[in-house]
Design a binder for this molecule. Structure first.
Ligand code: GLU
Ligand code: MG
Length: 417
């Protein structure tokens, strides 16, 4: 729930145990917090036991005799456990499928390297920046090849020592697995180069933030929803409703998508983080950027959902976006007007007239909105919501008022593997 990946390790000779009965884990794993505090709830305590079960086909080669696989949480009888994030995303994908829609997601993975280069050696998106780290980049791409991870591009980002890798699109569960795998490979490769990778939403106070944007495409019977229609820029009717659904849901789901004690420091105007709940064609300041179908976009049209950061559990973030898109389609939500400029440049009055607002950032607001969201009750099991609210509630009350520089330093490597 804190976005931190956790694991059990077994010798390879016990692989069948991991696959069949699973490895043991306490239910209080579900309420481990960012700083290792345990936010016990009435239902999640020291009593009970769970099983982490993996699928043999999901094993990924990390090199050097180490393998990783994403696990599903089960109870001891082998029944799915309601707090399992992978199952939650699988259910959201199946619900879309029941209505005839298929989704593909590609994740962006942004990170900042520490103990790297000084500012004079770094230009945003610079050739100098990429070349100075070419050993790291080459080893990362080799590791991705060994692990079977499709990396579409790597670039030096805007911030000092900040990089991004863009992962190829896949079905939502595989895409989230890939996002976790990518963070493992980035973390390991960085260590091998005497570097440390931070995925923190704000790695250093006043520096560029790290996002974890999702690129989403939807299809019905092989026909794309975000192109080939009569709506703005070729949006189909259900495509426009899906955009509307995501925009309507975003304010209630900030706790899930960017809900760490650091996240609101990243989610600011003029950071390309999508702080304003609006949409626009290729608008990098809009929470939902429409990437239209053009010859320059060979995979076709898709949405880039920008507010998400790496403190979000990628499975729960995916489930949220899919659930919101489906709610928009089923509720026939009208598409709000497009915002074709940087919303930060509009006056307060112009923004009000256009119905454009910043996403909420106050802890009480984030917690209250998720707690009372009907859609959250649809997408998440009650026990999962209980765990999420306990973990985030603790984190925001404990660190919500800590000065930015201090909280950035404290949690700089919290999401590193
Ligand atoms: N670093 C920006 C963020 O925090 C995103 C930059 C981009 O890839 O557009 O979301
Ligand atoms: Mg980027």
């Amino acid at each position: 729930m804190a976005g931190v990946s956790r694991a059990k390790v077994m010798p390879v000779a016990r692989l069948s145990t991991f696959v069949e009965s699973g490895a043991g884990a306490s239910p209080c794993w579900n309420v481990f917090c960012i700083d290792n505090h345990i936010a016990f709830t009435p239902s999640l305590s020291v009593v009970g036991d769970l099983r982490l079960r993996i699928d043999r086909d999901d094993l990924r080669d990390l090199g050097g005799g180490t393998y990783w696989a994403p696990a599903d949480l089960h109870d001891q009888d082998g029944q799915p456990w309601p707090v399992c994030p992978r199952r939650t995303l699988r259910r959201a994908t199946e619900r879309l499928a029941e209505e005839g829609f298929t989704a593909r997601i590609g994740h962006e993975v942004e990170f900042t390297l520490f103990d790297a280069l000084g500012p004079q050696e770094w230009s945003a998106y610079g050739v100098n920046a990429a070349l100075r780290q070419d050993g790291f980049v080459r080893d990362l791409l080799d590791a991705a090849t060994t692990a079977g991870l499709t990396v579409e591009q790597v670039h030096a980002e805007y911030g000092l020592n900040q990089f991004e890798i863009s992962l190829g699109p896949a079905d939502p569960v595989t895409a989230a697995d890939n996002a976790v795998l990518a963070r493992i490979l980035v973390s390991r490769t960085a260590r091998a180069h005497d570097l440390r990778a931070s995925f923190a939403p704000l790695p250093v106070a006043d520096a560029a933030g790290n996002g974890a944007h999702h690129h989403l495409s939807l299809h019905r019977e092989d026909r794309p929803l975000f192109s080939g229609g009569d709506g703005p820029h070729g949006l189909t009717t259900p495509g426009a409703r899906a955009v509307a659904g995501i925009l309507a849901a975003l304010p209630d789901f900030v706790l899930v998508l960017a809900g760490s004690a650091l996240s609101h420091l990243r989610l600011q105007p003029n950071t390309w983080g999508g702080a304003y709940a609006c949409w626009g064609l290729e608008n990098r300041e809009a929470a939902v950027r429409l990437c239209a179908d053009t010859p320059g976009n060979p995979r076709g049209a898709h949405l880039e959902v920008k507010p998400i950061d790496a403190s979000a559990n990628p499975y729960l973030a995916g489930a949220t976006i899919l659930g919101a898109a489906l709610a928009g389609i089923e509720g026939e939500l009208p598409l709000p007007p497009e915002v074709a400029v940087n919303p930060a440049q509009l006056s307060e009055e112009e923004r009000r007239a256009a119905g454009v607002a910043l996403l909420p950032s106050l802890p009480a607001d984030l917690l209250g909105r998720l707690r009372t969201s009907r859609l959250a009750g649809d997408v998440f099991e009650p026990l999962l919501l209980e765990a999420l609210l306990a973990v985030k509630g603790y984190e925001l009350s404990e660190y919500g008022r800590t000065p930015p520089a201090e909280v950035a330093e404290r949690f700089r490597f919290a999401w590193t593997m």
